[in-house]
Design a protein around this ligand. Structure first.
Ligand code: HEM
Length: 129
């Protein structure tokens, strides 16, 4: 289950992007970014970088390379362990009560925020054990 949670975070990053203000002139991939510029760092794109994650569009739970979904460095998510534990406990509770679940034909709708991604409604049918 921990590996599933990590791959879910990578595959469909809940936080898609972070805003940063550049503190010094920097060259990045041949592009000069001057001090003071505002950049939008795309976490979700980095998480599909094939140089870091082979076959990035494939959901594969046996990966070793961590994703950037909980940030990196000094501002790494302070709630990371809580978020991981909540996801694991939620999935384990569902799977202990049901043998599985599947999508229903009802429409899946998405939240509209630019930086935070996730379903607004996710109609599921739970299959009794
Ligand atoms: C799936 C759930 C979560 C995701 C994807 C997530 C993602 C992130 C990311 C990407 C950052 C870095 C922000 C940056 O660098 O500007 C961050 C920071 C942070 N997160 Fe989370 N987070 C989650 C859950 C939580 C929870 C449950 C808490 C608190 C109970 C929390 C509290 C924080 C705080 C306080 C920071 C700022 C840390 C700092 O600036 O030093 N997060 N989170």
């Amino acid at each position: 289950m921990p590996k599933f949670v990590e791959e879910m975070l990578r595959y469909d990053s809940p936080v898609q992007a972070l805003v940063r203000i550049v503190t010094t002139d920097v060259m990045l991939a041949g592009v000069k970014i001057p001090k003071g510029e505002v950049v939008l760092a795309l976490i979700s794109s980095a998480n599909r970088d094939e140089r870091q994650h082979p076959n990035p569009d494939r959901f594969e739970i046996h990966r070793d390379q961590p994703s950037l979904s909980l940030g990196h460095g000094a501002h790494f998510c302070i709630g990371a362990q809580l978020a991981r534990t909540e996801a694991r406990c939620g999935m384990e509770a569902l799977l202990s009560r049901f043998s599985g679940f599947q999508r229903t034909p009802a429409e899946l709708t998405w939240g509209q925020a630019i930086t935070v991604r996730g379903p607004h409604t996710l109609p599921l049918r739970f299959i009794p054990t």
